[in-house]
Design a protein around this ligand. Structure first.
Ligand code: SF4
Length: 388
């Protein structure tokens, strides 16, 4: 199990000397893990992954019980971005045959979002491609969020509009936005290899601005881009330092037509190990299994629910996920229940009785290892029903 000397190495780190479970117990007593210990966990023997998972699950259970929070993405504006993030199907020069459209009407955006709520989501994430919004874009989003919240006061709203300018976070807060997503995506030391059109510091500043304005900071990662274990740990600690309250972990979807096409560097156990370390680093943060879970976790997806407490329901921004019915069935089969919108904030997550969500029929599988992501052809920006 643990190598004792591995953990005797950081002044800021408690010194766990036993099993993964011992370490979890220490975190439950209020201690915090440091980077060296996190790296050792990430590099622990894959054969021990069930022990690691069980320890991370104890943290998840303490802070989030058996609830799974469903988040629903609405892509307000798709493609045509001037930035060059190498993982992104919407990037400058992307040849991926994704849906491309400019701003949805407020009516369509609200209709899409309400279908996500009807599917069981408690948080809706309104997303727009681009470097960052103009003030008129913020006004546009503020208007639709105001209308949406009037009709659905129980729903949480997250906005994801890119790099924010002065005053924009405050404007979003004032109209009823609850959270702001801006992922760090990778470590500062790796950042220039995945993007040259903006800097890591642009991203941290936006997360800070959101937090200062009273928005709940949502910021996470993409793994599987060729980063080292040290860089994963560096990024996780940067997120903890920023106080990210919601941490989506994306697994690279290697879109044809982007620089990272054909990049397949993950396996299901490694994905679980990454999620476990994320839980150990920030035990009380909402940890979301985000894009790419189907193709990288594969048959171990449900096991990841024992560590993460949040998923995106249905489809992603430009690709299709497994069916929403399949998501709900997976949650139920693994013994979890969907978080009710009325209790979606941590301070409301006590011990109210929960009912299980009825699962619908299972639909067709999505892309597997080595296959291109299935491009989204339903929901926002199309005439077809969304996957909700
Ligand atoms: S800024 Fe956002 S939409 Fe644009 S390329 Fe980067 S990740 Fe994609």
């Amino acid at each position: 199990m643990f190598n004792k000397t591995v953990f005797n190495n950081s002044a800021a780190t408690p010194v766990p000397t036993g099993t993964f479970r011992d370490l979890a117990e220490r975190l439950l007593q209020g201690e915090a893990i440091g980077p060296d210990a996190a790296l050792a966990l990430l590099r622990s023997d894959p054969a021990d992954y069930l022990d690691l998972l069980a320890a991370a699950a104890a943290l998840r259970r303490r802070y989030f019980g058996n609830r799974v929070k469903l988040n629903y993405l609405v892509n307000l504006k798709s493609g045509l971005c001037p930035e060059d993030c190498s993982y992104c199907s919407q990037r400058l020069g992307s040849a991926a045959q994704i849906l491309k459209y400019t701003w949805l009407t407020p009516e369509e955006a609200i209709s899409q979002a309400e279908q996500g709520l009807a599917g069981g989501a408690s948080r809706v994430c309104f997303v727009a491609s681009g470097r960052g919004p103009a003030d008129r874009d913020v006004d546009r989003v503020a208007g639709l969020v105001g209308d949406f919240k009037t009709r659905n006061p129980q729903a949480e709203v997250c906005a994801c509009l890119g790099i924010l300018k002065d005053g924009q976070a405050e404007r979003l807060k004032a109209c009823g936005v609850d959270a702001y997503n801006h992922n760090l995506n990778t470590s500062e030391s790796k950042y220039s290899q995945i993007c040259t059109s903006h800097e890591f510091s642009d991203r941290t500043r936006t997360v800070e601005a959101a937090k200062t304005a009273g928005l709940s900071p949502c910021s996470g990662l993409i793994v599987g881009m060729g980063e080292s274990d040290e860089e994963i740990v560096e990024a996780l600690f940067a997120l903890r330092e920023l106080g990210s309250e919601s941490v989506p972990v994306n697994f690279l979807m290697p879109f044809e037509g982007t620089p990272l096409a054909d990049t397949w560097l993950l396996d299901p156990v490694k994905c679980l190990q990454i999620l476990c370390v994320a839980r150990f680093v920030a035990p009380q943060s909402e940890l979301r299994i985000a894009g790419g879970r189907e193709m990288h976790l594969r048959s171990l997806q449900a096991m990841a629910l024992h560590v993460a407490n949040s998923i995106f329901l249905g489809d992603y921004l430009t690709s299709e996920g497994q069916s929403a019915a399949e998501d709900l069935a997976m949650i139920q089969d693994a013994g979890f229940v969907v978080l009710d919108a009325a209790e979606s904030r941590p301070d409301r997550m006590a011990d109210e009785p929960q009912t299980r969500t009825e699962a619908g029929p299972v639909a067709e599988p999505v892309a597997g290892p080595g296959q291109e992501p299935v491009l989204r052809r339903r929901g926002a920006g199309t005439a077809r029903q969304p996957n909700a």
